[in-house]
Write a protein that binds this ligand. Structure first.
Ligand SMILES: [Zn+2]
Length: 94
């Protein structure tokens, strides 16, 4: 899973929190300076969401969105690309 739209500092802090819980997280630097993402293995998803307390916010059904501009993958609840800030078209079914 990818946790996107974080500042560099935030990404580092969250990675440290996850590492303390035994979760390996990888900081991914985006194309926009100062904006990063955190990549966590799918098997660590539940623990990561608990540690970071993002479970409820990220409970959005649907596939990850692939950016048409830079091909990075963003969570389905994101309105724009975490990496290059391109807006996603409103294609989600109601
Ligand atoms: Zn993008």
């Amino acid at each position: 899973m990818l946790i996107g739209g974080l500042s560099d500092a935030d990404a580092q802090v969250r990675r440290s929190l996850l590492r303390a819980q035994g979760v390996t997280a990888i900081v991914r630097i985006g194309h926009i300076p100062g904006i990063s993402g955190l990549w966590v293995q799918e098997e660590d998803r539940d623990l990561a969401e608990t540690v970071l307390q993002i479970g409820e916010e990220s409970e959005v059904a649907g596939p990850d969105q692939v950016c048409p501009r830079c091909s990075e993958t963003s969570p389905p609840n994101f309105g724009m690309c975490w990496s290059c800030s391109a807006s996603f078209p409103e294609t989600r079914e109601a």
